[in-house]
Design a protein around this ligand. Structure first.
Ligand code: SF4
Length: 324
């Protein structure tokens, strides 16, 4: 299947780098909604397992956000953030609605274990543009150790099924695989690539990070790279507060996709409009802190400098203390 160049993952990444580093940047073209913060896996490096109060987002809120963001100029939406999107039975309806109201690109990242061919078929026929599988091992044994569930065979079977389905039915769906490299799985990177490459459009490995300082133990289980935007000694300015946002399952607008513990909540979409929050004084002050490298006392400091210092939320009272 020819890859549509306009929507290739490389092009989309290049686009996302075109960030306007001003105090009130234009409304983002792309954002994420965490339709559920529940997850069926417990990956060793992921802060999801330390989240409290996991839940599905209220459907009325999801529809409201999708419509509002579209009216403000958003073109792409990711229907996931901290959880596994296929655990939410509304996923396929959200995809359908997003495409109906005109989003150009609707995508998800999944561990590929909670879905069935029937559900994937509906998701694709409802207009899903890309599906990224997170697979962190090249054998059942390692996969089990990292994901906490023995779903390797099932996931590979689902991946192959999607590829076959799209080819048979001439669907313009992109399939990607991402892998977070740890000490435990690094000898299996080539093995996994060999298994998945015949079925996918792109291999999209992710660098290890400390999940904003909430997973300092990740320094033990993998290597946190220098100059990783989510790692130590990153010298530039993080793009997140300027180029995108994430709606949490509670309906908060958070300044970062990695905000597992609501430390970067800027506003409540149940009470305020997206535009008002995007342009708010709180967000402007937060962006100023990033531009002036004054994030000490906030989770971004831990993220940028790979520290474990105590932090508070931007808005008092939203912070959830990680469950150890
Ligand atoms: S936690 Fe802060 S510095 Fe790290 S990626 Fe998110 S917004 Fe950027």
């Amino acid at each position: 299947m020819p890859l549509n160049k306009e929507n290739s993952i490389e092009n989309r990444k290049e686009e996302s780098k075109k960030v306007n580093y001003s105090l009130i940047p234009p409304f983002p073209k792309e954002f994420l909604i965490d339709i559920t913060s529940l997850c069926n896996h417990t990956c060793t490096f992921c802060s999801n397992r330390k989240m409290s109060n996991k839940k599905h987002a209220e459907p009325s809120l999801v529809y409201k956000i999708l419509e509002e963001a579209k009216n403000e100029g958003a073109k792409s939406v990711g229907l996931y953030a901290t959880g596994e999107p296929f655990l939410n039975k509304e996923l396929e309806s959200y995809i359908k609605f997003s495409k109906k109201i005109g989003y150009d690109y609707v995508y998800i990242t999944t561990n590929g274990a909670a879905c069935t061919p029937k559900r994937m078929e509906t998701a694709i026929n409802n207009g899903l543009d890309s599906l990224k599988f997170s697979i962190h091992g090249g054998t059942s044994e390692t996969y089990n150790k990292i994901h906490g569930k023995n779903d390797f065979e099932r996931v590979i079977k689902n991946l192959k099924w999607v590829d076959e389905y799209r080819k048979k039915n001439n669907k313009d769906l992109k399939i990607y695989v991402t892998m977070v490299e740890t000490h435990e799985n690094k000898s299996e990177v080539e093995k996994l690539k060999e298994i998945v490459l015949p079925y996918i459009d792109g291999w999209d490995p992710h660098l290890m990070n400390n999940s904003c300082g909430t997973m300092p133990e990740n320094n033990e289980i993998g290597k946190i790279e220098e100059n990783n935007i989510r790692g130590r000694n990153h010298s530039g300015v993080c793009f997140q507060p300027f180029g995108s946002f994430t709606i949490t399952a509670e309906g908060y607008l958070s300044g970062c996709v990695l905000d597992y513990h609501k430390a970067l909540v800027i506003g409540d979409c149940n009470k305020s409009s997206l535009k008002d929050i995007w342009q708010s004084k709180i967000y402007q002050n937060w962006r100023k802190r990033h531009l002036e490298d004054k994030t000490k006392g906030y989770i971004c400091y831990n993220c940028i400098y790979n520290k474990t210092e105590s932090y508070d939320s931007i808005i008092p009272g939203t912070l959830e203390i990680p469950v150890e």
